[in-house]
Design a protein around this ligand. Structure first.
Ligand SMILES: C[S@@+](CC[C@H](N)C(=O)[O-])C[C@H]1O[C@@H](n2cnc3c(N)ncnc32)[C@H](O)[C@@H]1O
Length: 321
């Protein structure tokens, strides 16, 4: 077997995840071209309320968001981590440009498909917008975001992306962001709030099976990129909500005992009948959880924006001293 150091990061992470007990795969790898296309489909599903709620906040409170971002100066740089297709951000950008803001927009995403869709849309809609799309892992790109402090940076982390991190990972991530921020910079984060668990579970197990295809697509990606032989007919997508931890979790369940060979790892993995592979966590928050997360990461909440159902919160943070 190749040592992990000689494998691509993807291969190394798959090796690590499928060698663990229980087995797991990282949701960061969902977003190949097909994964990004499927995620755009998920965002249009009636059950996936998260997108509709954040869109409502942006559509109805754009002026309040603008006032908070601009803070008496119309000049700022928007940097979006995990931008996806940028559909919701376009609502903000459109308003900021109408208000004659002097802005630049730097979307960062690991998926070329997502960045292409975003760039095509933004170039057509906002020909005068200065844009610098960057493809890559935002953990790697972070350090290069440090600037001299001349222009205010507003970092965007939308779509409840943060929910896919554990609390410990969230604090480390925000502390890393803090290191590249100047005192005047801001961080704008989309949090999915706690609500009726039935509503939450439906968002991760939709009636049309799009979320199932989205999860199963990671097995197809392993087959294609790492020479795996996963047979998708042997797997089912399964989503639950753990009300004591306020988190949705998704799994792929193996229907039968079988082996899967992955050539790039020179390994065969055995899956038992009904064995689960953990795929993704989607944490749901209360306001006190958001407050303590901000405090533990070195931030203070400047302003919160809620949708009319109080399902979702976009929280604007500033650095503490
Ligand atoms: C849940 S989607 C949210 C998209 C967008 N922010 C929205 O609200 O619609 C997550 C996005 O983050 C990207 N992504 C996930 N992990 C990433 C990483 N480590 N670095 C850069 N982009 C990442 C994915 O490709 C995907 O487009």
């Amino acid at each position: 077997m190749q040592p992990a150091s000689e494998l691509s990061q993807f291969a190394a992470d798959v090796l690590h995840g499928l060698s663990a007990r229980p087995k797991h795969l990282s949701s960061k790898y969902f977003y190949d071209d097909e994964g990004s296309r499927l995620f755009q489909e998920i965002m249009r599903l009636p059950e996936y309320y998260l997108t509709a709620c954040e869109k409502e906040i942006f559509e109805t409170q754009t002026e309040g968001i603008f006032a908070a971002f601009a803070n008496c100066s119309n000049t700022f740089d928007l940097i979006e981590l995990g931008a996806g297709d940028g559909t919701k951000t376009a609502i903000l950008v459109s308003h900021f440009l109408k208000r004659n803001a002097d802005i630049t927009y730097s979307p960062i995403d690991i998926s070329q498909e997502a960045l292409d869709a975003l760039s095509e849309k933004f170039t057509a809609e906002f020909p005068s917008l200065r844009m610098q799309p960057r493809r890559g892992d935002y953990f790697d790109i972070l350090r290069s975001l440090k600037n001299g402090g001349g222009r205010r940076k507003v970092l965007l982390f939308l779509g409840s992306n943060i929910g896919n991190f554990t609390r410990e990972q969230s604090v480390t991530f925000f502390q890393d962001l803090r290191k590249v921020m100047n005192p005047n910079d801001l961080l704008f984060i989309g949090f999915d709030l706690q609500k009726d668990p039935h509503v939450i579970v439906r968002a991760y197990d939709d009636s049309q099976g799009v979320t199932a295809r989205f999860n199963l697509n990671l097995l197809t990606r392993i087959n294609r990129e790492l020479g795996g032989n996963f047979d998708l007919t042997k797997w089912t997508h399964y989503a639950i909500y753990r009300p004591t931890e306020f988190s949705a979790r998704s799994f792929l369940i193996s229907h039968e005992q079988h082996n899967v060979r992955i050539d790039a790892l020179d390994r065969t993995f055995q899956f038992d009948r009904w064995e689960a592979v953990f795929m993704e966590i989607s944490q749901k928050y209360s306001l006190s959880m958001i407050e303590s997360l901000a405090a533990d990461s070195g931030f203070a909440i400047k302003q919160n924006f809620f949708d009319s159902k109080n399902y979702y919160c976009d929280s604007l943070w500033q650095l503490t001293e």
